[in-house]
Design a protein around this ligand. Structure first.
Ligand SMILES: [Zn+2]
Length: 393
């Protein structure tokens, strides 16, 4: 984790941050917000412009005088490679820092896939996509989301038992060595929550995102930032224990939410009817199979009951649900009902419960948003400005 160094509030990086948060703005509006002299502001904007971080989007009529230029942060000039590795799939994409996707490849992964093959496959595909899109020259970072709790210091994941081979594997090095850019890591549920937040145009409101695929996880976005918690385990709702339930969970304990309501648990309950994979569950539910609908709805109800507590504590404006099982109508419908029935009245009345609109791309959008926030942070931009200045002198 980076040390908490606060940039001087009038630095070029700070000017860009104001434009990102409040823009587009005219130079005068920026001056008024930041309190810089005209001359210093022109200098700051010139520096940002030279780094390709600023662009003009039009003019605004001003009372008397010439129309004023409208400025915004240019998030389109820099490129990131983003990837999402799940238990059964991997997706890699080339995006700009607005999150616009230029190329993307989605691949199924075999059960028990190993990090060595999967990571080198992702790297090879990422390189191909960068070459295809002609954006390799503007690559500034890579972002990777994986299931499990992440140790950001070491750059490793505390992998779920179903991905035991990933336990403690260094995830950054294969990419940072090959691409010579910083590599950012995020838990998949946190990335999903942040993607839903970015998709809503970054509202000034708390958001809870829940991913129900093979496993179950949640992420919290509060005041524009992902709340990871002291040990990066905030939102691990899959391992909350449900009283009176003795089903063994793959974490080694009994009675976890995951053991009863995850995709894996739904598959297990439907196994006698021939279901083997999450895709089988999705197909049956969509075809109107009553048993599949019943089991899926029961899982949604349980997850909703747990989320009612989360909603009561966090009091979010948005609750967004993703993952192959989470977005199925019987699951989502039962989840919504359980939240509304069990959360505190005031919190319940204030929350909007819905599926992630971007579908499976929500996680990638979250990784892209994380990369943008990191690479365009005041500290990162000020470092770019200093590097540029020393290159010139
Ligand atoms: Zn568990």
């Amino acid at each position: 984790m980076r040390p908490p160094r606060t940039a001087p509030p009038t630095s070029p990086g700070h000017v860009l941050a104001v434009l990102r948060n409040e823009g587009p703005l005219t130079r005068q509006e920026l001056q008024d917000r930041i309190g810089l002299s005209r001359v210093t502001m022109v200098e700051r904007l010139d520096l940002l412009h030279r780094l390709g971080l600023l662009r003009q989007t039009g003019h605004r009529a001003s009372s008397g005088g010439r129309p004023a230029e409208i400025l915004e942060a240019n998030e389109a000039g820099r490129t990131a490679l983003v990837a999402d590795v799940g238990q059964r799939h991997a997706t890699v994409a080339v995006v700009d820092l607005r999150g616009d996707v230029f190329a993307q490849v989605h691949r199924p992964l075999p059960v028990g896939h190993t990090p060595r093959e999967t990571l080198s496959g992702l790297l090879a595909t990422g390189r191909e996509l960068l070459a295809e899109t002609g954006r390799a020259d503007t690559l500034c970072a890579m972002g990777l989301s994986v299931p499990g709790q992440i140790d950001h210091e070491l750059g490793v994941t505390v992998a779920p038992p179903t991905m035991a081979a990933w336990q403690g594997v260094r995830l950054r090095e294969p990419f940072s060595d090959a691409l010579s850019v910083p590599v950012l890591l995020e838990n998949d549920a946190n990335a999903l929550a942040f993607g839903a937040y970015c998709d809503l145009a970054r509202p000034h409101a708390a958001l809870v995102g829940v991913k129900v695929g093979t496993g179950i996880g949640a992420g919290l976005v509060i005041s524009g930032h992902t709340h990871r918690g002291e040990t990066s385990s905030a939102g691990e709702i899959g391992h909350i224990r449900i009283e009176g339930n003795e089903q063994r969970c793959d974490c080694g304990r009994r009675g976890c939410v995951s053991a009863i309501a995850s995709g894996q648990a739904v598959i297990r309950q439907l196994r006698p009817t021939g279901v083997r994979t999450a895709e089988d569950v999705v197909r049956r539910v969509r075809a109107g199979n009553l048993e599949a609908i019943r089991v899926t709805a029961a899982a949604g109800r349980l997850v909703g009951t747990v989320l009612a507590t989360v909603v009561t504590i966090v009091n979010p404006r948005y609750l967004r649900v993703g993952g192959a099982i989470g977005v199925l109508p019987p699951f989502l419908g039962a989840l919504r009902e359980a939240v509304l029935a069990n959360a505190h009245t005031s919190a319940r009345d204030g929350v909007d419960v819905d599926a992630c609109v971007l579908g499976s791309n929500t996680t990638l959008a979250g990784v892209a948003g994380l990369v943008a926030d990191e690479m365009l942070s005041p500290d990162a931009v000020d470092a770019l400005v200093s590097a540029e200045a020393s290159a010139v002198s």
